[in-house]
Design a protein around this ligand. Structure first.
Ligand code: ZN
Length: 225
């Protein structure tokens, strides 16, 4: 357990080792926390009580796509799950736990799958057939790529969009989501793509607010791109 005063000693020890990069993170953290409370002294105290996010973000782990930052939201406003290539896999217990918490406990109103152009995970799935952890994780994306079977499948951005659609579709048939719809919960699924080059988000499919048979996905936007 960390005792009072140990943080400062730890930072000093880090600085002595010449690891000023890590030391600067503590400095930047303090400055950020102070800035947050300048205009709103109760900001952190309110967060201690509970979180009430309306959004569940499923995004890529890529460091260039920081979830809350690119939509300019504060802590407490968005529940976030990130992994390589933004997969919403029903076979992933980590993801399922986050989804269950978001839907059943937090009762979020929107689940947003966010992929991004220039995704290393997508490119790896297209060009490599690895037998390591990354290869195993990206197997569904590789299968999606192979199932394409047309000239567009050489386009990583196209596969990126198709992967987003596949994740939204997977969510629409996930039992946790279907049960929420059955109890008339307000829950809408979205598929968005982020362009690292200009920092802008755009939808790649129409929102889905019920069973696919009742509200078929409109993927034309992505197909037409
Ligand atoms: Zn990525």
């Amino acid at each position: 357990m960390t005792q009072p005063g140990e943080n400062g000693e730890r930072q000093a020890a880090i600085a002595e080792r010449g690891d000023t990069g890590l030391a600067s993170l503590f400095t930047r953290n303090r400055a950020w926390a102070e800035a947050k409370t300048v205009g709103d002294p109760g900001f952190f105290k309110r967060l201690v009580g509970q979180q009430r996010p309306r959004y569940f973000w499923i995004g890529c782990s890529d460091s260039r796509v920081p979830a809350t930052e690119i939509v300019d939201l504060d802590p407490g406003e968005m529940f976030v799950h990130r992994n390589v290539a933004n997969l919403a896999s029903a076979a992933d217990p980590n993801f399922l736990a986050a989804l269950q918490f978001a839907v059943d406990v937090l009762r979020v109103e929107h689940i947003i799958v966010v992929g991004h152009y220039g995704c290393g995970g997508i490119q790896s799935a297209m060009t490599q057939d690895r037998e390591d952890a990354i290869g195993a994780w990206l197997a569904p994306v590789r299968a999606l790529h192979r199932a394409g079977g047309n000239a567009q499948e050489t386009d990583a951005d196209c596969l990126c969009e198709r992967n987003i659609l596949a994740q939204v579709t997977a969510l629409a048939v996930n039992p946790l989501v279907m049960q929420a719809w059955e109890r008339r919960a307000s829950l809408t699924l979205h598929g968005w793509v982020y362009a690292i080059g200009d920092g802008l988000l755009q939808p790649v499919c129409a929102p889905v607010s019920g069973r696919l048979s009742d509200a078929p996905m409109v993927s034309a936007a992505a197909v037409a791109r």
